[in-house]
Design a protein around this ligand. Structure first.
Ligand code: ZN
Length: 161
């Protein structure tokens, strides 16, 4: 297990469409473990493989610190409702912005042994699933931000330039 370098905005790897995984392998298992390590180290709730420079359709999510999910080749198959709230990304450190997402999503994916499964998420988990799946198509949350991005470290000081 190892911490990998998180790619940040400006790195072209974040704009690419990732390739599906065709079979489980020790390399993929190592990637997933490294992605969890890297995400927890950075205090994130989700991480997609392109964020560590790997153009494969792999996502890890843990919105509570005790609820780890591995999504391989994820595909959102159902969405309901709407939530608007602050969203950030480990590839754009220190920033966040208001994004409206579905309040419920159902995603089909494969687990680490390439067994298909479904995951349903509400609230933050739904938001994280949407955010991470978009990374696999080279899309970042800034395209959805309503208004301006703001600085995470500044609380309730919207006048600051
Ligand atoms: Zn992100």
């Amino acid at each position: 297990m190892a911490i990998r370098k998180i790619r940040t905005v400006g790195d072209r790897v974040l704009t690419k469409v990732c390739r599906p995984i065709t079979e489980s392998s020790p390399k993929i298992k190592e990637l997933v473990l490294d992605m969890f390590d890297t995400m927890y180290e950075a205090c994130g709730v989700g991480l997609a493989a392109p964020q560590v420079g790997i153009l494969k359709r792999v996502v890890v999510i843990d919105t509570t610190g005790e609820d780890p999910h591995i999504l391989i080749n994820p595909e959102i198959v159902e969405t309901r409702g709407e939530q608007t709230g602050d969203e950030g990304c480990l590839s754009l450190p220190g920033k966040s912005g208001q994004v409206t997402r579905p309040d419920y999503v159902k995603v089909k994916a494969f687990d680490i042994n390439m067994k298909p499964f479904e995951l349903e998420g509400e609230g933050l988990l739904a938001r994280a699933i949407c955010h991470e799946c978009e990374h696999l198509d080279g899309i970042m949350y800034m395209v959805h931000v309503e208004g301006e991005l703001h600085d995470n470290t500044v609380v309730e000081e919207e006048e600051e330039e």
